[in-house]
Design a protein around this ligand. Structure first.
Ligand SMILES: Nc1ncnc2c1ncn2[C@@H]1O[C@H](COP(=O)(O)OP(=O)(O)O)[C@@H](O)[C@H]1O
Ligand SMILES: [Mg+2]
Length: 259
């Protein structure tokens, strides 16, 4: 059943870089458990929206709220603690670290032991360490990556690295997960698998997901709603099939090669 709880609300967000209006008057509301797609041609401002929502960039104007709380210009690490997680357009894994350690690093955000307890290895340190490891393994299992726990992340096939990034993002217990082109560079089999994984985690963890993606099969396969950006402006929003048939959207995509 759908909840009416609004997880993210962005109001009239704009940002300029010098003379460039990268995003203009962006509005979005995402409810608990919703899966929304953010699409648009290259350079439309999609990643910039993620960077604003995650506190990487400060908007020139506008506000956004997370679980009803105003969080405009809140630093990234605080937003992570509040339940915001993301993956990046270009994979950002610790290549030489094991698959398990990549997930554990993210988990550390949520551990309660302080520096002293870490240095002196108090009992609560070991307990939390053990719990974190068990939880990380559980996550890896969900992503079908548990058999690679000890493998260096950089040695995984590309599609599995992308999945590991999502697993790592999930380790911080997010309420909203932002995925920036998770299927980029994947083959059709990997994309299909990814589609199932995204659905699975949304349902299993009851989280909201905002997905930037060029692969239309993936977008139309899982998104319940789409928002289309072009030159920083929202040119369409709503039902996926209706949206992609909107003349403005068709025009925006004309001449744009699929990547
Ligand atoms: N830090 C920045 N400084 C200057 N221009 C930027 C910066 N970040 C993004 N841009 C510009 O903003 C526009 C939108 O970029 P981006 O959000 O990455 O697009 P998309 O993710 O939709 O492909 C582009 O023209 C890009 O060059
Ligand atoms: Mg981008």
């Amino acid at each position: 059943m759908k909840s009416n709880k609004v997880v993210l609300s962005a109001k009239n967000i704009s940002i300029t870089f010098g003379a460039l209006k990268a995003v203009t008057d962006f509005n979005l509301e995402i409810k608990e458990n919703e899966l929304v797609g953010l699409i648009g041609p290259n350079g439309a401002g999609k990643t910039t929206v993620f960077n604003i929502i995650t506190g990487v960039y400060s908007p020139t104007s506008g506000e956004y709220y997370f679980n009803g709380e105003p969080v405009t210009k809140t630093p990234t690490y605080k937003l992570v603690k509040k339940g915001l997680a993301r993956t990046f357009q270009n994979i950002r894994l610790f290549k030489y670290m094991s698959v398990l350690d990549n997930v554990l690093v993210a988990n550390n955000f949520n551990m309660k032991y302080g520096i002293l307890s870490g240095i002196f290895r108090f009992p609560n340190y070991w307990r939390e360490e053990k719990e974190a490891k068990a939880k990380a393994m559980e996550l890896l299992k969900i992503f079908d990556l548990d058999q690679y726990a000890d493998t260096a992340a950089g040695n995984l096939p590309y599609g599995k690295q992308r999945k590991l990034e999502i697993a790592r993002a999930m380790a911080t217990n997010p309420k909203l997960l932002l995925l920036d082109e998770p299927a980029a560079g994947m083959n059709p089999t990997e994309t299909e698998e990814l589609m199932n994984t995204i659905r699975l985690i949304r349902d299993k963890f009851n989280i909201a997901i905002l997905l930037i993606e060029h692969d239309m099969k993936l977008v139309l396969g899982i998104c319940e709603r789409l928002v289309v950006l072009d030159h920083g402006t929202t040119i369409a929003a709503g039902d996926p099939i209706e949206v992609i048939n909107t003349p403005a959207v068709v025009t925006a995509y004309l001449g744009q090669e699929e990547e």
